[in-house]
Design a binder for this molecule. Sequence first.
Ligand SMILES: Nc1ncnc2c1ncn2[C@@H]1O[C@H](COP(=O)(O)OP(=O)(O)O)[C@@H](O)[C@H]1O
Ligand SMILES: [Mg+2]
Length: 387
Amino acid sequence: MTNTVSQLQRLGLSRNPFPPATTGTGFLEKLSLPESWETDLRRRIGELAESEGDKALVIEGGYGAGKTFILRWIEAEVLPGYRIKPFFFENPGVAFYDLANRLMRQVGRYEVAKALWEMLYPDSLEDRQTLFSLEFGQWLASLDNRASRNKAIQSLSAALESHGLAEDEEILNKLSRLIVETGERPYFEYRDFVPRGNRSLVAEQEEPAYFQSLVKILQRITDADGIAFLLDEFEDVALPGRRLNKSQAASYVSTLRRLLDFAHSEQLWVILSTTPEGFKRTAELDESLIQRFGHRYEIPQLDADDAYWMVKQRLNSAHINGHEGMHPFSDDALDMLNETSRSSPRRLTKIMWHATGLAAKRGDNPPLTGALLQAAEAELFSGALEG
Ligand SMILES: Nc1ncnc2c1ncn2[C@@H]1O[C@H](COP(=O)(O)OP(=O)(O)O)[C@@H](O)[C@H]1O
Ligand SMILES: [Mg+2]
């Protein structure tokens, strides 16, 4: 290991800057996109922000085209400028409750409960005689018997309703329990969100209204102007081997429709990534859904300039001793790659990772030329079948 590190240093790199898994962002201090991608995406997102309609955007691209990277970029670099709080979902399930489950676990039960409580307390909950305001933890500790808990559930329900967070009695009750029972269990479990479960925290048959309350709550407690759901690999529905059966397909379509409905009625953005096959499959299941996506961004192939740019920014994140540009590679090293390899972020990243490792191991001297990259390309993709 140390050996490899010193070999890399000899090449002017502190580490191999290309993520071997070639999925996701890897380690970069700041995420950035090729300029033309960035301009196009920023314009579309700007239009969505202005529009009165569904705030929904689809990022479409094949395997390794950069979908996850783009979603992460939108999350980190774009949405904060609109004061939109993002929630990221990796490979979400097709059932609506999977989303509620993942969402609430992402935020954390204690955090939701505490923030909600702080918003509602003391106005509507404080006993008028109390001299000192309580901290959330103290308040929870004071609920040491059934009677006090029931009383708390009642006043919380009333407070939630008066804040316009929910109307339905059962939903109010579940949300209040979510807060009150946090003392016993300060985290969420999957079964909290299984509607028919014994101690479920979701209201049966009330999924959309319940979810809408959660969205409202998140909006209020995050102090953002809106929130966004970034759904990565919603695409997966179209993959062979995950072919949906009839009821899953129905679930998928209704989940998507409900999300779009919220995107319309609440200040909620829905940004999802999909493969072209996933997009096509969704269209087959329900054409009208597709039309509701305000924008569809098809990720372009990398042109030569973008490919150089992408490689350089990774190299730059690891350069030492004042090196820059394509170092330790020659300035035209990418020219000899096949168009298919050069135009795909994933293939390119993988080739660069492999070639960098190979050169370090063998103790090659810079500049590393296109021939090395060609060799790496042949080794990795000679079958030409591998993505
Ligand atoms: N703009 C970019 N800058 C640097 N690396 C990128 C960029 N876009 C994609 N990559 C890299 O390419 C590979 C594939 O990207 P990824 O977003 O995982 O593709 P997808 O999600 O479409 O399968 C990853 O290693 C990723 O880090
Ligand atoms: Mg991905």
